[in-house]
Design a protein around this ligand. Structure first.
Ligand code: AHG
Ligand code: MN
Ligand code: MN
Length: 334
């Protein structure tokens, strides 16, 4: 019989390795917490899979904190995560794109050790047209009370994330995660309802052949970004780049992780601070990119070093292979 490794088994194996190498015993709390995320993502995937058959497509009728139209599936995905994670007593707070304020639980800091930050459904504009969407999450450890409040714990720099990952609901459903010991990919096996290991220790190619950006904004980007793309197109890095842009960050990132290249969402005249959100879009993907040998910046500096000031803060976001990102750092200085 062919042996499979599920995401739960994989986490337990990693914890056993940690025990061998550091002597630190893992409590199992963390794998229980991640099982809340995988359960919610299976609920979301089931809803999406049959979306056209039930009344779940279209607008919900309200705006979220970003002033964006909430889609029914945004609301469903958010509720699924809040429900599945809220029951875990290791959770101190849940921070979602769809909720203005963190959802907090009055749990003893000794038990409620983790904060989960998430974008329940990424790629809203693609929901109704059967194009890949996803869920992005980041896990932070709550600071001991003598070192900071719960709010300060939520606003920690990205390099302090203890785990990050995403799920892409595409032709197949994949889950990619890191706990700082490599990046691992799993595919949902619909026959058994489990995420099964399909890509262990994923590494981003050192160079790719695609760039990914919404070029309709090119006229309102800082000039350096236009020049940079022109350089990529015209063979400045040894090949003439082509473009791919899905408009769902998770899907554009997933391709960049597998194939290399670069994804850019620069500042624009209308959104000088960028469009994408630091805590639940840029930080988790930056952590994964770095773990896979890639790089992530806001154009000027490392994403994971930014000190967040608000939970819905936006940032310019550039992520990709080492070669393209080094060239970007040389081309863009602010
Ligand atoms: P969300 O659906 O969670 O609000 O995120 C939308 C984001 C992201 O997925 C994508 O990269 C970006 O918006 C696309 O923006 P443009 O339509 O401006 O290109
Ligand atoms: Mn998003
Ligand atoms: Mn979203």
């Amino acid at each position: 019989m062919a042996m499979i490794t599920t995401v739960q088994q994989h986490i337990l194996q990693q914890q056993q390795e940690m025990l061998k190498s550091t002597g630190r015993e893992a409590s199992g709390t963390f794998s229980w917490l991640l099982s809340g995320i995988t359960l919610a993502s299976k609920m979301i995937e089931a809803k999406i899979r049959s979306a056209g058959l039930s009344d779940v497509l279209g607008a919900f009728g309200a705006e979220n904190v970003q002033g964006e139209q909430q889609q029914k599936l945004d609301v469903y995905a958010n509720q699924a995560l809040l429900h599945c994670l809220g029951l875990r007593d290791s959770v101190a707070a849940l921070v979602s794109e769809e909720d203005e304020e963190p959802v907090t639980f009055n749990r003893d800091p000794e038990r409620g050790k983790y904060i989960i930050v998430f974008d329940p459904l990424d790629g809203s504009s693609n929901i109704d047209v059967n194009v890949n969407v996803g869920t992005i999450f980041s896990v932070l450890r709550r600071l001991p009370p003598e070192h900071g409040t719960l709010e300060e714990s939520i606003l920690q720099q990205g390099f302090r994330q203890v785990a990050a990952g995403y799920v892409v609901y595409g032709p197949s459903t994949v889950l990619v995660y890191t706990t700082g010991n490599g990046v691992h990919g799993f595919t949902l096996d619909p026959a058994i309802g489990a995420f099964v290991l399909s890509n262990e220790r994923m590494m981003m190619p050192e160079q790719g052949s695609y760039y990914s950006a919404n070029e309709a904004n090119a006229a309102v980007w800082p000039e350096e970004y236009r020049a940079y793309l022109e350089m990529l197109r015209s063979g400045g890095l040894g090949k003439e780049y082509s473009s791919r842009y899905i408009g769902s960050l998770v899907a554009d990132f997933h391709r960049t992780l597998l194939k290399g290249g670069v994804f850019l969402y620069p500042p624009t005249l209308k959104q000088p601070k960028g469009k994408l959100r630091l805590l639940y879009e840029a930080n988790p993907l930056a952590f994964i990119a770095e773990q896979a040998g890639g790089m992530a910046t806001n154009g000027a500096g490392r994403i994971l070093d930014i000190r967040p000031e608000g939970i819905h803060q936006r940032t310019p976001f550039c992520v990709g292979s080492k070669r393209e990102m080094e060239a970007l750092a040389a081309a863009v200085t602010k």
